[in-house]
Design a protein around this ligand. Structure first.
Ligand code: GLU
Length: 272
């Protein structure tokens, strides 16, 4: 019994890339789930959730009802955070983006990860009392995972991509933010908690998220969650070879539908 999911963030209209992700997940599973990743309250909109339902139905996809909204799952993410905190794997980080950039410039070199320079670890060295004092004084802070410490705890890990085992490199994003300054969780934490909660056994999604799998496997191991298999698929590219983004209004499913394309045309366009 293979359980897959499509997990869009309702921060814009779905485009061709989402259509490929949704159809791939739908066709790869016996059970297909829909998860609305709306932890970012500032950017998520109900109208985009409605549009997701509408577009998926138009494509002919149906999912096990009800769909799961991450905004209803904050308690579960908080529990996972308590677990990580209790084991000393998390530290408060008071750095602003500007301070991080300055620190990197001062050091003259930075390790780079899939999303740019890695956090230089400034607040990892902060004495615990100092952290508590600044939190008590009302300074805003994110929580970061001490990845090196976490990796020692888990020992070497693997991830299963398209049936093949690969070694996990947990350090590639550095000390990731596990709870943001403006919300008590993060993308990575919410995804692993919910993939386990929904008993997802095969994660299919665009290959731009393959690097994220390394940190997600680390979190699964730390939280003793079951390990899904992964099958990342190539991205749908535009005519210039760039991946589509939510800003490209012309390729939203809504605009293509309004221009007269049928679901069969969409499948043909994305190579299904
Ligand atoms: N919510 C993420 C996105 O829209 C996808 C998360 C995932 O598939 O793991 O990009």
């Amino acid at each position: 019994m293979i359980v897959t999911r499509f997990a869009p963030s309702p921060t814009g209209l779905l485009h061709l890339g989402h259509a490929l992700a949704a159809i791939t997940a739908h066709e790869s599973g016996d059970d297909f789930l829909l998860r609305i990743e709306d932890i970012d309250k500032g950017r998520s909109r109900d109208k985009f959730i409605e549009a997701i339902f509408f577009d998926l139905k138009w494509l002919g996809l149906s999912w096990d009802e009800p769909s799961l909204r991450q905004s209803t799952r904050m308690g579960a993410y908080a529990e996972a955070l308590v677990n990580l905190k209790a084991r000393g794997l998390v530290y408060p980080c008071f750095c602003t983006r500007a301070e991080i950039a300055q620190e990197i410039a001062r050091a003259g070199e930075a390790q780079h990860g899939p999303e740019g320079p890695l956090y230089p670890g400034t607040c990892r060295a902060l004495p615990a009392e100092e952290g508590l004092r600044r939190m008590g004084a009302g300074e805003s802070f994110a929580l970061r995972l001490d990845v090196a410490k976490a990796a020692v705890l888990t020992g070497p890990l693997t991830l299963k991509e398209h049936g093949h085992l690969h070694p996990v490199d947990p350090m590639r994003f550095g000390d990731i933010v596990i709870a943001r300054k403006d919300m008590p969780t993060s993308y990575h934490l919410a995804v692993v908690v919910d993939d386990a909660h929904q008993q997802v056994s095969l994660v299919t999604r665009g290959e731009d998220l393959l690097p994220a799998t390394h940190i997600q496997r680390l979190l699964q191991a730390l939280l003793r969650l079951p390990e899904p298999s992964y099958a990342h698929h190539p991205l749908v590219l535009d005519d210039t070879g760039k991946k589509f983004s939510k800003r490209d209004g012309a390729v939203t499913l809504q605009s293509l539908r309004e221009a007269g394309l049928t679901p069969a045309d969409i499948r043909a366009r994305i190579g299904i």
